[in-house]
Design a protein around this ligand. Structure first.
Ligand SMILES: NC(=O)c1ccc[n+]([C@@H]2O[C@H](COP(=O)([O-])OP(=O)(O)OC[C@H]3O[C@@H](n4cnc5c(N)ncnc54)[C@H](O)[C@@H]3O)[C@@H](O)[C@H]2O)c1
Length: 396
């Protein structure tokens, strides 16, 4: 596989609004694209946002003249957000509502989500938003869904580790994934609920018990670690944010988060002190937010941004974009552990390939950190598997 050409050369064709209900060709409208891309790749919320909004404004004004007849393509994908009334769920749903690739957005929560849906439904983007509250409406929320995003569960408070959330969130993820297995077994499932290192193995066991496990469709969302690594490296090295791409491997908790700074693109030199400082900051960035929020939860806005980018990448891949790469925590054979985060190539059928090349040629620091994270990640995986097997899921 050639080394990650992350830019997207395809032109997005979108419906903008009911008023402008013809399809238009815009290469800049959406773009929650992974960065590390060339300057020709636009990300609405990335480094080019200002110029992008300016471009967008111009394009909207000139809409009547840029329509390309015969190039119409309607928004096509159905997305469900489970836990949509929460701190992550609400901004995430807004960002997904902005995607031109979404035709239907089903918002589900055990808390009342009607208000969120009423609010979002006034945004004049194509996705139709529907509300589903309570377990009785979960099956309907999932029917025919292509991408399921799961931020349901409790967040950390100061002094807690992600593993402290296990007792509550493990059960939540298990019951939600059971419903996914029953109602949309072919969907891409993206799990945000912590501890991701354990909730993804739990989901895999549930799907296996239901006889519908497809490892290429199950993802732990680690995009926030990449987003943070890119931001911190760009700040430290005075680089343009849009240019920076740092692969982050391993898992999604403490030392299991391993940024491969030596593989940063563009190539940058770091002193040993910088490597130590950046690595520790990226690993503890979630705690930075938890402490700043002082009891009011963990990262929600940056997480929503990161998860929306991952969901958008899933849909671009389903849509046939041949050039979609993201880091994600997936079933993997790159190490002796059954689950591991690396860069992956996404395609029409989900995970198409794991980019194992990133693990070659590590620095001594990275190699040591990789060995050090394995016991902790292994224990989290085993904890998830043993939880799922203690209270086994009934087959369909
Ligand atoms: N993967 C990551 O990088 C990352 C980053 C930040 C937070 N998180 C995790 O995301 C999760 C959500 O965080 P938050 O800040 O949005 O929490 P929150 O408490 O603000 O929202 C959680 C929502 O989930 C809902 N919920 C609870 N049980 C449910 C169930 N059985 N079905 C449907 N909905 C249910 C709640 O009603 C609530 O609306 C936490 O587990 C947190 O640790 C992950």
């Amino acid at each position: 596989m050639s080394h990650l050409a992350l830019s997207c050369h395809r032109t997005a064709q979108v419906f903008l609004s009911a008023k402008c209900s013809r399809s238009v060709s815009l290469n800049s409208f959406c773009g929650l694209k992974s960065v590390g891309a060339s300057a020709s790749s636009y990300s609405l919320f990335g480094g080019h946002s200002l110029s992008l909004f300016q471009r967008h404004a111009v394009v909207v004004r000139d809409l009547e003249t840029v329509v390309a007849p015969g190039q119409a393509r309607a928004a096509a994908y159905k997305v469900a957000v489970l836990g949509a009334a929460g701190g992550i769920g609400q901004p995430l749903s807004l960002l997904i509502k902005m995607s031109p690739l979404v035709s239907d957005l089903n918002l589900y929560d055990i808390a009342n989500v009607k208000g969120v849906v009423a609010d979002l439904s006034h945004c004049n983007t194509p996705a139709k938003v529907c509300t589903f509250t309570g377990a009785d409406e979960l099956a309907a929320a999932l029917k025919g869904v292509d991408v399921v995003v799961i931020p349901a569960g409790v967040p950390r408070k100061p002094g807690m580790t992600r593993d402290d959330l296990f007792n509550i969130n493990a059960g939540i993820v298990r019951s939600l994934v059971e419903a996914v297995a029953d109602n949309c077994p072919n969907a891409m499932i993206t799990i945000i609920s912590n501890p991701v290192n354990s909730t993804v193995p739990i989901a895999a066991e549930v799907l296996k018990a239901k006889g519908v496990y497809d490892p290429s469709k199950l993802f732990g969302v680690t995009t926030l670690d990449v987003v943070r690594a890119n931001t911190f490296v760009a700040e430290k090295k005075n680089l343009r944010l849009i240019d920076v791409d740092v692969p982050v491997i391993g898992g999604h908790a403490g030392i299991t988060i391993l940024p491969l700074l030596s593989k940063t693109r563009p190539t940058v030199e770091f002193t040993p002190e910088e490597v130590e400082e950046l690595t520790v900051r990226i690993q503890n960035a979630g705690t930075e937010v938890v402490e700043a929020k002082a009891g009011a939860g963990s990262a929600t806005l940056s997480m929503a941004y990161a998860a929306a980018r991952f969901a958008e990448s899933c849909m671009r891949a389903l849509d046939g974009d041949p050039d979609v790469y993201e880091c994600a925590y997936v079933q993997s054979e790159v190490t002796e552990l059954p689950f591991f985060a690396t860069r992956v190539k996404l395609g029409k059928k989900g995970l198409e390939a794991v980019v194992s090349g990133d693990l070659a040629g590590l620095t001594e620091y990275e190699q040591k950190a990789l060995e050090a994270l394995k016991p902790e990640l292994k224990a989290s995986i085993e904890k998830g598997i043993s939880f799922a097997n203690k209270q086994p899921t009934a087959a369909v």
